[in-house]
Design a protein around this ligand. Sequence first.
Ligand code: ZN
Length: 65
Amino acid sequence: MTEQKCSRAGCSELRTNLVIWRNPQIHKDGRTKSWGSCDLHLDYLVDYLNQRKFFLESQPIAKEA
Ligand SMILES: [Zn+2]
């Protein structure tokens, strides 16, 4: 099982969103990375990636019971 936690350092909330990004200098073959984010840190992580032009998309994660 994978960790379902927010990717923001120091945050231990469950992730509720998936943030998809790519660093063109590292991911030359078109692979992407994904971070998990809680609602509180979604804007922060998107903004962080946008500033570096790494951001691709975000999507809400459906809650699994
Ligand atoms: Zn968080």
